[in-house]
Every structure is written in C-alpha cells, then in structure tokens.
Design a protein around this ligand. Structure first.
Ligand SMILES: [Mn+2]
Length: 387
C-alpha cells in the first residue's frame, strides 16, 4: 500500500496581488505525474485545499480537474478541510463523489471518517479528521469538559477504534507540538498567538502514519512517520529557502513505513535578491536564475536611484516586493524618539531626524530649506497652515 501525502494547497491564493493559480495547477499536475509514475494506491490532502472559505471560481475549476484526473486513473483521493476551508462547501456532493473514489471530510461528524483501501491482504484504514476546534467536538459530546484543542483531539482519538491487524493512517489539520516544542513554521500560516490551539503529538502515537497539514515547512515530528507535508509552494519570502515536497509513503504492515520525499518545483520560484541596481541589471546576475521568478528585491545603493522599479521590471517582470537596504537598518539609533518627544518637535525637526536615521547623514542647509518650502506648499493650502 503506497500513497502520496500533500497539504496546504491554498488554491486561489495571491501574493502581493500576483495570482498563483497557474503555478498551483502546474504543481498539481506534477503530483498527478508522481501518482502515475509510482503507481500509488491513494493521494491524501491534509487540509487547506483553498485559501479562502469562498474560493475564486478558477480555483474551484483547478481542484475539480485534479479530482477528475485522479478518479479517471482509478486512484482514490482523500481530503480533509483545513482552517482556511469552508467545511460545508467542501462536503458538497461528498456522498456521490465517494462512489468515484473521492473521499471528503469537510464537516466534523463526531468521529474521524474511516475509509478502508486496498485489496486482499494489503489493506489500510485511513481516518479523516477535519480541522476541529473544541466547540466542534463539544457539539457532539455536550456532557464532556473539553476546553482546549488538546482536550478535544484527545477525546476524539480516545473514541477512535483502530483495527490491530492492519495499518492505520490519520489525516489531520492541526497545530501539533511535541512535548511543548512547536513545529518550525514557514511564515505564511495563520497561527494563533501564544499557541493555545496546540495539540500534542502523543495523541497520534497508535497510528502507523500521521499525515498532517497546517504548518507550511515540511518536517517530521518525533518520528519519520508523523509528518507535515508542507505547503504546495512557497507562500512567503521567509520560505524562499525551503524545498517543498510531496511525501511518498509505503506502508509495511504494522512496521514503520518507508518515507521518500518527492520534490515539488513551481514554474516560478520565490526568490530574494539583493545588491546595487546596476549589478542586478548586469547580464550575468540576470542569467543566474529564472528572471521570471517571483522576486523580493532589496537595493543596497547608497545614492538615490531613478525609477528603480521600472528599470528592474524590464528584466524581472515579476517583482513582488522592492525595498532599500538603507531603510531596513534594524539597529536602534542613539537618540531615537519617544512619543512625547515627537509631540514636542516641529515637523522640520522630525523630518531632519528621520532623514538622518535613514540616510546616515544630516540634511544640508539647502535640503532643509527645500523641505520647509515643500511643507509650506502642501500644508499652506490647509486651513490655518498647521498640522
Ligand atoms: Mn495552511
């Protein structure tokens, strides 16, 4: 029994107003290719199919195409809802789709949805647990005191009977910690502050494999067979050095399964580049990567440069973000102002201080004059001419 585990597709997501759907579709095509190449018995998606509860129509079409192709290939597809999905919408047509090998667990129904796959001796039970909050579980067990996410998941796991003679796989979308230590987040997840939604990994120990979603950086938790697959593609510049992957799991009865990571390569990579404008425009630097990648450019020029975005876009059409290293200095400068100081100073003094902090030098008397004149021009039109 072999299957592919992926998660956090976030279909329909945009970054800095760039739609990512064509990349997402290409990546789902890669997964269909892997499914065929490795002859898998199932594909598992551990939540966050869409980026929004009401996804754009184009994103629905892309997921529809993915489901249809796997169904036509006779490969079962098992999916749970994540915190970004609408459980009810995801369940649309669920009973009909099960007849075609597509198993959806959108809404929580009191227990994980159990699906047994395989033939003859080679069987495995898949338990599909949608993203749950304590309230979702209390609704089914009103007498129980379930305060935390951990209480809720522990209670549900306690009610989940596993057959002892064939492997069990859990599919879940939660914030799973190991003895209090949190997973290494990628930066594009929506995590709650303070980790009140954490669920301990010990809840999942009886399963031969735990297919997790929610954290976007691929990783194992305490053992190789408890894993976050990670997001379909990089959804934050803090993930620019991550290698995204799909997990190929080969179950070996009640033993530890074999795990292999299949690389996922988007048509456009998400990269950070840094340097002076002229260097970034030089043919060698441009040719060092795909210039059509999605870029975060940081210019290190000390002198002002004219129309940097326009010039950069001529060779790098997909710049998502542009900033200047001089404006990013994180070192707190001596003489930084408190709120009280700010109220006590004139706009000219504040601007002079800001300029010095950003540029590392003082305004010249001529520049100070220009600032004063500009302020007069702008504010002179306002009633009273003051701020
Ligand atoms: Mn997610």
């Amino acid at each position: 029994m072999k299957f592919i585990h992926i998660s956090d597709l976030h279909l329909g997501k945009t970054m800095f107003d760039y739609p990512l759907l064509s990349d997402q579709k290409a990546l789902l095509d890669q997964i269909v290719g892997y499914a065929e190449q490795y002859g898998v018995d199932a594909v598992v998606v551990a939540g966050d199919l869409y980026d929004k509860p009401v996804p754009p129509a184009e994103a629905v079409t892309v997921l529809d195409g993915f489901m249809t192709r796997l169904s036509q290939m006779g490969i079962p597809l098992l999916m749970v809802s994540g915190n970004h999905d609408s459980p009810e919408r995801l369940d649309f047509g669920g009973a009909l789709l099960a007849g075609r090998g597509v198993y959806l667990a959108g809404q929580f129904t009191g227990l994980p949805r159990k699906v047994t796959l395989g033939k003859g001796e080679d069987l495995a039970d898949f338990y599909l647990l949608p993203f749950i909050r304590p309230g979702n579980v209390r609704a089914f067990y009103p007498g129980e005191e379930l305060r935390s996410y951990d209480d809720a998941v522990r209670f549900v796991m306690g009610k989940t009977a596993l057959s002892g003679d064939r492997p069990s796989v859990l599919v879940a979308h939660q914030f799973v910690t190991a003895g209090g230590s949190a997973p290494d987040a990628g930066g594009s997840e929506l995590l709650s502050i303070g980790g009140t939604d954490n669920v301990d990994v010990s809840n999942f120990l009886p399963f031969q494999y735990v297919a997790l979603g929610h954290i976007h950086r691929p990783q194992r938790l305490t053992r190789d067979s408890v894993r976050y697959a990670g997001s379909l593609m990089k959804y934050s510049f803090s993930e620019s050095h991550d290698q995204k992957s799909a997990v190929l799991v080969t179950l070996r009865g009640m033993e530890e399964p074999d795990i292999a990571l299949l690389p996922l390569t988007a048509p456009h990579d998400l990269r950070q580049v840094q340097g002076p404008l002229e260097a970034l425009l030089s043919p060698e630097v441009v040719a060092a990567g795909n210039p059509e990648d999605y870029l975060h450019v940081t210019l290190t020029d000390r002198e002002p440069v004219a129309d940097p975005m326009q010039r950069l876009r001529q060779v790098y059409p997909n710049i998502m973000r542009l900033d200047f290293a001089s404006a990013l200095s994180e070192e707190p400068e001596e003489g930084e102002l408190s709120a009280g100081d700010v109220a006590a100073r004139s706009p000219e003094e504040l601007f002079a201080g800001f300029y010095e902090q950003m540029q590392g030098e003082k305004l010249t008397p001529q520049e100070a004059m220009l600032v004063r004149m500009t302020m007069d021009d702008v504010w002179g039109d306002l009633e009273g001419g003051s701020v």
